[in-house]
Design a protein around this ligand. Structure first.
Ligand SMILES: Nc1ncnc2c1ncn2[C@@H]1O[C@H](COP(=O)(O)OP(=O)(O)O)[C@@H](O)[C@H]1O
Ligand SMILES: [Mg+2]
Length: 258
């Protein structure tokens, strides 16, 4: 991804975002992927979506995965988070190999320890903001009163207390995405996975969402892996990993000004 790298260097104003040697590298890894391979077999055509990808995500890190459309970003997120099975290599999360878990164990682990944010919100249209946020807790059989209290706390973290009773269509795109982030936070996850979280937002709302994720990362030490093709999102993170044709081709550590 030579083009992107050049663009980043040219647009990185001194003091705003500059490449530094990796202090984040000192922290322990929460996710370790080794030589991960993923193939999609669509009958006639076999697509090698990941060609031996090795990457670690550090505790408390905010990491951006960038690269052109079709380069394997979503596939990598799905494979690292255990949403999708891998065809080779290994993914170790909090010291446990995903391959050693059964489907049920992986599902349970995701519900307990992970949060997800996607481009198109995936909110239930008939449920209010607070009902959407508490839903994963109710599914995990958390008692209703406790679920409601945790959901209100999560909405508070994203600044949406006043909108708790609104259904998604009464909210702006930015507010909907904040509800999604609250839902991702509600189980106090070890890591939040976000796939193009600003992809459906205008630039103002996109900046607000990035700033919110960055604040949650800084203030709560929350680990984020963010897939994005928006360089302004990438630049707000600790590290950009660039993909091309199913491989990691570049890595850049950033230091963002307070
Ligand atoms: N379910 C699928 N079946 C077949 N091919 C797929 C599937 N999902 C992704 N691919 C292919 O895998 C490659 C990587 O896709 P993806 O991870 O979605 O890329 P990105 O998120 O970077 O745009 C692409 O060539 C895409 O067409
Ligand atoms: Mg994608």
């Amino acid at each position: 991804m030579a083009v992107d790298a050049r663009h980043l260097r040219e647009s990185a104003t001194p003091g705003q975002a500059r490449a530094v040697s990796g202090s984040v590298d000192e922290r322990p890894a929460i996710v370790e992927a080794r030589q991960v391979e993923k193939r999609y077999d669509t009958g006639q055509l076999e697509v090698q979506a990941l060609r031996g990808v090795s990457v670690s995500v550090r505790v408390g890190e905010m990491l951006a995965i960038m690269g052109p459309s079709g380069s394997g970003k979503t596939t990598l997120l799905n494979c690292l988070s255990g949403l999708d099975r891998i065809d080779g290599g290994d993914v170790v999360i909090e010291g446990v190999s995903l391959a050693s878990m059964s489907d049920d164990e992986r599902t349970d682990y995701r519900a307990r320890r992970m949060g997800f944010v996607f481009q198109f919100y995936n909110l239930m249209p008939v449920l209010s903001a607070v009902e959407n946020v508490e839903l994963p807790l109710l599914v995990s059989r958390v008692p209703a009163r406790r679920a409601r209290a945790q959901a209100m706390d999560a909405l508070d973290m994203v600044g949406l207390t006043a909108r708790a009773d609104h259904v998604p269509e009464e909210l702006s795109g930015g507010q909907r995405q904040r509800v999604t982030i609250a839902r991702a936070l509600v189980n106090n996850p070890a890591i939040v996975w976000a796939d193009e979280p600003t992809g459906d937002l205008d630039s103002e709302n996109a900046q607000e969402i990035v700033a919110l994720m960055r604040r949650l990362n800084r203030e709560r030490g929350l680990t984020f892996l963010v897939v994005t093709h928006d360089i302004s999102v990438g630049r707000a993170t600790d590290r950009i990993v660039r993909m091309m044709d199913g491989e990691i081709v570049d890595e850049e550590f950033l230091e963002v000004a307070e």
